[in-house]
Ligand binder design. Structure first.
Ligand code: GLN
Length: 249
């Protein structure tokens, strides 16, 4: 199958090697015999929501976020519609914040968001930095952990009833106090976790890939052939151990 990924603002939102998440998807698709193409979507590029099976936004500093925020906000309806039609989406940190209703940065200025995720973000005094471990159940009865690294001033408050990506086992998460991390709307996931995230959480990379593949085929998500993932499991274990060593929240 041919899977097409739209990578929003790769020149602006790419800290902690967030771009590495794309390399993982390309490779894991290829190992299952699929071709995954990554196309950049830059400021003012028109987006045909039907042209993509997965959309991706990385993290960034407040300064870069301010440069892309109006462009992203203007795409709110298109992105929301794409996700409603089953396009998978992953947004990391700065990108996650800007896919909510908006973000008040450290200098007090309001950056409008795309309104895809039901949340708002306000920067606090202290940055929340360090390794994170989450407990996730994206599919009923299938529990997994996600390990990553966070560094954000923004505190993200989910609306009542919004679904998080997971519960914080160790680390700060969305706001340092709710115990929630990230947000999920159907096939869209937002999270503060860098790392990059996907190399050390192969099950999660495959969850996204499965959804993207289902969109590409027009069918239901079907299980992907398992991969050995020895190094990936080791990377996850090291990362999870570092998070646990910080001693909870
Ligand atoms: N600039 C945002 C914050 O500090 C996002 C940071 C990031 O992408 N890691 O909250």
């Amino acid at each position: 199958m041919r899977i097409v990924v739209g990578h929003l603002y790769p020149d602006y939102l790419n800290i902690y090697a967030d771009r590495g998440n794309m390399a993982v998807l390309v490779r894991r698709a290829a190992l299952r015999g699929h071709d995954l193409y990554v196309r950049s979507i830059d400021l003012r590029d028109p987006v045909d929501p039907h042209a993509y099976d997965l959309l991706y936004v990385g993290g960034g500093q407040d300064r870069e976020q301010a440069l892309v925020a109006p462009d992203l906000a203007a795409r709110g309806d298109v992105l929301t519609k794409a996700v409603a039609e089953g396009v998978a989406l992953l947004a990391v940190s700065g990108g996650y914040q800007l896919l909510g209703r908006g973000y008040r940065g450290r200098d007090g200025s309001w950056m409008p968001g795309a309104g895809l995720f039901p949340h708002e973000t306000v920067a606090g005094e202290r940055r929340m930095i360090g390794d994170v471990l989450l407990d996730c159940e994206l599919e009923p009865g299938e529990r997994h952990t996600v390990a990553g690294f966070e560094n954000h001033a923004g505190r993200t408050l989910l609306d009542d009833g919004a679904m998080p990506l997971g519960r914080v086992v160790a680390g700060h998460g969305n706001d340092g106090s709710s115990g929630f991390e990230g947000c999920r709307v159907g096939t869209a996931i937002g999270t503060y976790l860098h790392g990059p995230l996907l190399p050390r959480n192969p099950w999660f990379a495959d969850w996204l890939l499965t959804r993207a593949l289902a969109h590409a085929t027009g069918g239901e998500p079907t299980e992907l052939e398992p991969l050995p993932d020895e190094l990936e499991r080791l990377a996850h274990a090291v990362s999870a151990q570092r998070a646990r060593a910080r001693g909870g929240r």
